[in-house]
Write a protein that binds this ligand. Structure first.
Ligand code: IMP
Length: 212
């Protein structure tokens, strides 16, 4: 059984749409979110830590909103910025920009303790130098610089632009993210899932996982 590491039951339901019946369940596990300027290393560290905790195949996701005119900010800091500035402030800052294009990105990290054959989707093998410097830690990376657990990454992306808040649905930045004329908060769940960054990453994962 695959464990989707999240406290959000909506994410588990979304994953169930892509995977065979009864093959995934939620796992409420609070892994340490490292600071990094890309999503991949964050999802990979989380997946290693969750795998060592669960001792079963795990899927961890990390997502964020990347605003073009702000060089990708808030990106991996989206959660922190949502909690501190709030999405209205993010819209106000973007409203002054010439370029309000933005994208949601999601990276899924899968770890089952085994290695991976080559496929177009990348594998994170950890940063040996950083692992050696940090010493043995909760993510289980070896202090002697030996290989940490490999993590397979799947990336999803949806383009859009930042607009004044509209709509009552969804969560997080949904009201200020417009895709194809509608904000994510104006779309019903099925429509949003069909185009969302997470849906696209899950689709790639499910196709690959079917052969695993
Ligand atoms: P997480 O990786 O799912 O915890 O999301 C990181 C940040 O991005 C949080 O601030 C979320 O609210 C935001 N976020 C992630 N996915 C979405 C989405 O589909 N809609 C709106 N905000 C999102």
């Amino acid at each position: 059984m695959l464990r989707y590491v999240t406290t959000n039951p909506g994410k588990v339901r979304e994953a169930e749409r892509y995977l065979p019946d009864g093959s995934v369940e939620g796992l409420d596990f609070d892994y340490a979110e490292v600071q990094a300027d890309e999503l991949g290393p964050i999802a990979a560290r989380g997946a290693r830590e969750a795998y060592r905790h669960a001792d079963a195949p795990v899927l961890v996701d990390d997502a964020g909103l990347f605003v073009e005119g702000l060089d990708g900010f808030p990106g991996p800091y989206s959660s922190y910025v949502e909690d501190t500035l709030g999405i209205e402030r993010v819209h106000e800052i973007a409203a002054d920009l010439d370029d309000r294009r933005a994208a949601f990105r999601c990276t899924l990290g899968y770890c089952d303790g085994e290695g991976f054959a080559a496929s177009p989707d990348p594998v994170d093998r950890g940063d040996r130098d950083a692992a050696a410097a940090a010493g043995p830690d909760a993510a289980g990376e070896a202090a002697d610089g030996s290989d940490p657990l490999p993590v397979k990454l799947f990336e999803g992306y949806v383009p859009g632009r930042i607009v004044a808040p509209r709509g009552d649905g969804g969560f997080g930045y949904d009201p200020i993210f417009e895709h194809d004329g509608e904000t994510f908060a104006e779309m019903d769940t099925d429509r949003k899932n069909a185009v969302s960054h997470r849906g696209r990453a899950l689709e790639k994962f499910a196709e690959w996982y079917a052969d695993r």
